[in-house]
Design a protein around this ligand. Sequence first.
Ligand code: ME8
Length: 512
Amino acid sequence: MPRFYLTTAIDYVNSRPHLGTAYEKITADVIARFKRLSGVQTHFVMGNDEHSQNVFRRARDLGQDPLAYCDRMEQEFREVWGALDLSFDDFIRTTQPRHKAAVETIVNRIAAAGDLYQADYEGWYCVGCEAFKQEKDLVDGLCPIHRTKPDWIKERNHFFKLSAYRDRLLAHFAEHPEFLQPDVRRNEILRLLEAGLDDISISRAGQSWGIPLPTDPSSVVYVWFDALINYASAVGLGTDPALLDTWWPADLHVIGKDITRFHSVIWPAMLMSAGLPVPRQVFGHGWVHLRGEKMSKSLGTAIDPLEAAQRFGTDALRLFLTKEIPYGADGDFSYERFEERYNTDLANNLGNLVNRVAAMAVRYRRGRLTPTGSPSRLQDLAATTVREYGDAMESYALHQGVASVYRLLDATNEYLAERAPWTLAKDPANDAALDEVLFTAAESLRLATVLLGPVMPASTQAILARLGDHASIAARRLATDGAWHNGDARTVTSGEALWPRAEPRPEPSGTP
Ligand code: ME8
């Protein structure tokens, strides 16, 4: 069975998840679920990035022990991720012993390769970004992302010879055009590589919160150097060679566009130096905006993902984020637009179609639908849809994958309007035609629902059960469930109306 190891960025825990960070996890979950549906053995890992100064300061401000604070935040993150129906297989925390073992392994290997040296560092450091900044990175003396003045720091640090890896990185980019996607990100990083690389500091002197540098325990490992290693520690680097052998290198790192340099330049160079294979692909998604600005806690533009999910249900939110934001580009979130799309895509389209097909099956055939075997236009379109959907999802054009399913749903609605089963039902002479229409519409709907499974796991399971298909999510496969089933009789049941139309109501409290 083919294997796929997929990760997301690990989150800083100085505040709870917001809709922007949740977007990344939801879209990665869609990819993980699509891979499983495709019959690929998938390992999906998420986690928390805990050795940040912000986390330490936040715990101190609350009068809490930093580790106890991180334990509590893990529970809060897990609660949000659970409510968003994320199907991760493992959750890594950078304070775990397995992570420390991996960090020590990599630092020791890099030191043994002769790629570490000591030097004085003097310059700017933005704690919000947890990044060393150059004068040219600042706007009016401020960090352009956090709009705060960075700290001026002067300390003796350990440096990694990143500059020595420029040519190998350029060669890797040339040999593997798929390594960094989408192409706009790849072009940005290529320009950066062509301009040359500076060595980077990988330690912070005089700090207590972090993993002691194995080659100099009076310093801790710089939080980004520490954090990137999570992808290898989660699959056993330094602790479980068999697990590492099973899953490394990672197939895909899903991350935000602001951190592509860390993932596509620094991380592969660290691995090259340590003699480990580099990940196969990095995908830098865009930002969720609120009124044109990046959604962010520090900018006060955050929306609570739980509140958004409660509005029309988790699956409605997952659909909105996947379908409405072209994957790789930025996109706006607003409750007005969310409601509009909910009414159009779920209440009026998919929900209405399920309600109508089930109600007619029950009314005219007591739920028993018999296949007629006659080919239809919808059957042809379904085959095209499965192909287009597969191609789009494989290349992470998630929005196009969903759009192709919606073309099939639209065509199913049109088919019902044209064939008008409610008219056919008036005359027993039309019995065979009525059987054909009901079966064809139900089958087309079943197939479209299977394809939407990775995006809306819970509600598609409920719809499939209503259509007489009771397989578990784990047992579903695109190769079989995504084929047109001409041979199976089935029993359809009607139930509560799905996704009732939303009527306008005031914005929930707390919305900026
Ligand atoms: O960067 N829209 O953590 P983080 C879309 N700990 N994605 C967004 C976003 C938005 N408005 N805001 C943030 C870190 N993100 C590091 C990562 S990985 C070894 C270490 C994304 O909590 C952001 O780009 O600030 C990142 O991929 C993720 O959320 C976590 O952000």
